[in-house]
Design a protein around this ligand. Structure first.
Ligand SMILES: [Zn+2]
Length: 292
């Protein structure tokens, strides 16, 4: 069945198989689980960043993400392009925008690729604004997504960027509540007024937070395998999605980083069914939600 993936970090969205076929000399072993977000970041620095060295490497990582999505019959792909990747392109965000435009054209007949502007909260704020605003004005992107460390990071500095994105009809997404508390979810909603949350699963800990999500009609783009591999959910069977779904919250199922977590959207649908988290009919409803 055709599927959507709406929480995908583009340069980490390819399969390990495609990566190994290209970089035959590199010996890469992907762990089953990571020691939290820090463990994942260590793996990226220690392994992937030793392979992805040039702008051509970055282009390949992005291409293989789109091709891997097509392999899984993803027909609608919302994936973030990290603006910090400009460092591989002579610090030129214009070159990054050019590459993204080219990918949209090249794969347009096979997949509806809607790139998000990817902003890591740790990027210098002047860079976030100078490069971010260029991306907003380029008319190449369909949304904006903020991510990085969830705990102890301020959201206020990004409000103006979100307002500018909204003025250009871009969809707004925030990573929050994967590891951080339900209170941080409430404050992200109250400060940034996002359309969607990436993860947001800790909302399950508070009736008020779930109500706030419902009142604002905010969709949660969840990635169960990523949550399991990083330790924010003890198992697929115990994933908080079930409770969130029963509260009437709009959910989708996504890959996050296919390269790191090795579970396509299809794999995760099957897993959730196998562990009796959702029935086929419920999974089909979730599948369709992701296209809206
Ligand atoms: Zn993510």
């Amino acid at each position: 069945m055709p599927k959507a993936d709406v929480h995908n970090h583009l340069h980490l969205g390819g399969t390990a198989k495609r990566l190994k076929a290209k970089y035959r000399d590199a010996s890469i072993t992907f762990p089953e689980t990571y020691d939290g977000l820090d463990g994942m970041i260590d793996f990226i620095y220690g392994t992937l960043n030793k392979i992805m060295l040039t702008k051509d490497d970055v282009k390949f990582f992005m291409e293989m993400a789109i091709e891997s999505s097509i392999d899984d019959n993803i027909t609608h792909l919302e994936a973030s392009v990290d603006i910090g990747l400009a460092r591989f392109f002579d610090d030129s965000i214009e070159q990054v925008i050019e590459v993204v435009m080219e990918l949209k054209e090249r794969y347009g007949s096979q997949i509806d690729f809607r790139p998000d502007i990817g902003v890591n909260k740790d990027l210098a704020l002047d860079k976030v604004y100078s490069d971010g605003v260029k991306c907003i004005k380029s008319n190449v992107f369909s949304g904006i997504d903020i991510y990085g460390k969830e705990v102890g990071r301020q959201m206020e500095p990004f409000l103006d960027l979100f307002d500018q994105a909204r003025n250009h009809d871009l969809k707004t997404k925030v990573h929050i509540g994967e590891f951080s508390s339900h209170e941080t979810i409430e404050s992200a909603i109250n400060i940034l007024h996002p359309d969607e949350l990436q993860h947001g699963i800790r909302a399950v800990d508070s009736e008020e937070t779930m109500n706030l999500i419902l009142e604002n009609n905010i969709r949660l783009n969840v990635c169960p395998q990523s949550n399991f591999a990083l330790g924010s959910s003890a198992s697929i069977a115990e994933h908080p999605m079930r409770k969130l779904f029963d509260r009437g919250i709009n959910l989708t199922i996504n890959t996050d980083d296919l390269l790191l977590f090795d579970a396509s959207v299809t794999d995760q649908f099957l897993d959730l069914h196998k562990h009796e988290v959702f029935s086929f009919e419920e999974l089909d409803e979730i599948r369709k939600n992701a296209f809206l």
